[in-house]
Design a protein around this ligand. Structure first.
Ligand code: ARG
Length: 466
């Protein structure tokens, strides 16, 4: 017979299949340490408010610690039977009562599983958010190291996946640094709303006992208490917010992964991923596949799915608690676990990849990435930019017809292309068209010029060292 917290009103036992369907222990067992932590704070408060005797509270606390130790040992040994109780709250109370006798039944005074589960989930998510932010910082650190190393490695920058203008690999990597930095900040913001205590909201209407909600909130390290008991037990925005930020991280990593996969292809050949983070084919002996990056791109779908599922779960729910809310856990746990393993693996993949700097520069030198430089030069010489644009378009056609780059055109060819009124010399044109000069002339704040990228990197080093 399963441990139940609500047998009193029932004459007949629940059907076995119903028990199975109703149960959440197989997944909410993850909340065990947080459930115990919440109960310890609650029982301390009950004694302090003279709702129960100090000796009773001591007995319950010792019992809870022992239950925790038992459950940890059983979990580690793979011996815990997950059909022993309906959910983690029932399991802990049943084990407690078995250990210390009926006094264990006093633990739930002034509390409902509705506020209890909300507390557990917030404690869990607070810890996960803190851990994930740490992992994000390490990731950002790794990007910064690479960006510093490759800030002068010229590569093509793209729009429409067409070569557009020359940039550096370091500059490209720093774009991802800032995307992740915003996610790091988003998690901090979400944390403000995660870290609020709903304990004392009861089932939905608070309690007739003189509970000290601020005391339990303090004990549990929450920064405040929820202001409305119905909101306290029905709110899952804090889960949604976390899932949305997690999805955003995955979107960023999915875009990076798409680039990694392209760069690692023979067609680009900009990087080569290390053996440790690639896998082979069972039939094609030559294959070395970028599975990590592909899986990150693929798992982005599931993390977005978890966000979607949670929004759909919430959308039709009347206040306050409804059993639908039990569906808030598995997707959340899945997102947390997915994100954590990815944030551990990804920096390692980046750290161990070989960057083929020659191939990058070569690609930046072909395909007229310096056409805009020439148009800028003509505009500097007084030709309206729109007109300059058309002239350079002509130059591109002339060069392409001969399978040449702009810098290979001869003085005579330039004379044909450029308007008569323009004064120019071949070295002047060629200097301006040189790829390194082109990158370095883009010294606007936030631009790819080596000096500018160095400045940005130095600033972010300080941020990370802080
Ligand atoms: N297992 C439940 C959940 O995860 C705990 C709360 C149950 N509350 C209730 N009134 N049945 O949401």
């Amino acid at each position: 017979v399963k441990a139940k917290l609500w047998g009193g009103r029932f004459a007949a036992a629940t059907s076995e299949l119903m028990d199975k369907f109703n149960a959440s222990l197989p997944f909410d067992i993850k909340l065990m340490p947080y459930d115990i932590q919440g109960s310890l704070a609650h029982v301390t408060m009950l004694a302090q408010q003279k709702i129960i005797e100090p000796a009773e509270a001591e007995k319950i606390k010792t019992g809870l610690q022992a239950v925790k130790a038992d459950l940890e040992a059983e979990l580690a040994a793979g011996k815990l039977n997950l059909s022993e109780a309906e959910d983690i709250h029932s399991l802990v109370e049943a084990r407690l009562t078995a250990k210390i006798g009926p006094v264990g039944g006093k633990l739930h005074t002034g509390r409902s599983r509705n506020d209890q589960v909300a507390v557990d989930l917030r404690l869990y998510l607070r810890q996960q958010t803190i851990d994930i932010r740490e992992l994000l910082l390490d990731f950002m650190q790794q990007i910064l190291v690479l960006a510093d190393q490759y800030k002068e490695t010229i590569m093509p920058g793209y729009t429409h996946l067409q070569r557009a203008q020359a940039i550096s690999f370091g500059h490209h990597l720093m774009a991802y640094y800032f995307k992740l930095k915003r996610d790091y900040e988003r998690f901090a913001d979400a944390l403000k709303r995660i870290n609020i205590s709903p304990l004392g909201s009861g089932a939905l209407a608070g309690s007739s006992f003189p509970l000290d909600r601020n005391f339990t909130a303090d004990q549990l390290g929450f920064s405040g208490i929820t202001a409305n008991s119905l909101d306290g037990v029905s709110d899952r925005d804090f889960v949604l917010e976390f899932l949305a930020v997690a999805a955003n991280v995955m979107l960023h990593l999915s875009r990076l992964s798409e680039e990694i996969i392209l760069w690692n292809s023979a067609e680009f050949s900009f990087i080569e991923l290390a053996d440790q983070y690639t896998t082979g084919s069972s039939i094609m002996p030559q294959k070395k596949n970028p599975d990590l990056a592909e899986l990150v791109r693929g798992k982005t779908g599931r993390v977005i799915g978890n966000l979607n599922q949670m929004m759909i779960t919430i959308k039709g729910l009347p206040l306050a608690y409804n059993k639908d809310l039990q569906e808030d856990k598995e997707g959340l746990f899945d997102t947390v676990d997915t994100l954590k393993i990815i944030l551990k693996l990804y920096p390692e993949m980046l750290k161990t990849m070989t960057v083929k700097t020659e191939a990058m520069v070569r690609a930046a030198k072909t395909g007229f990435l310096n056409a805009t430089e020439l148009a800028d030069l003509l505009a500097e010489k007084g030709i309206p930019f729109r007109e300059a644009h058309t002239i350079v378009g002509q130059a591109v056609i002339a060069a392409a017809e001969q399978n040449k780059e702009l810098e290979d055109l001869t003085f005579a060819e330039w004379e044909n292309i450029l308007p008569e009124k323009i004064n120019f010399s071949l070295p002047e044109l060629q200097n301006r068209l040189a790829v390194k000069a082109a990158v370095n002339s883009h010294a606007t704040a936030g631009g790819p010029a080596f000096k500018e990228v160095s400045k940005v990197i130095a600033r972010e080093k300080l941020f990370l060292a802080d």
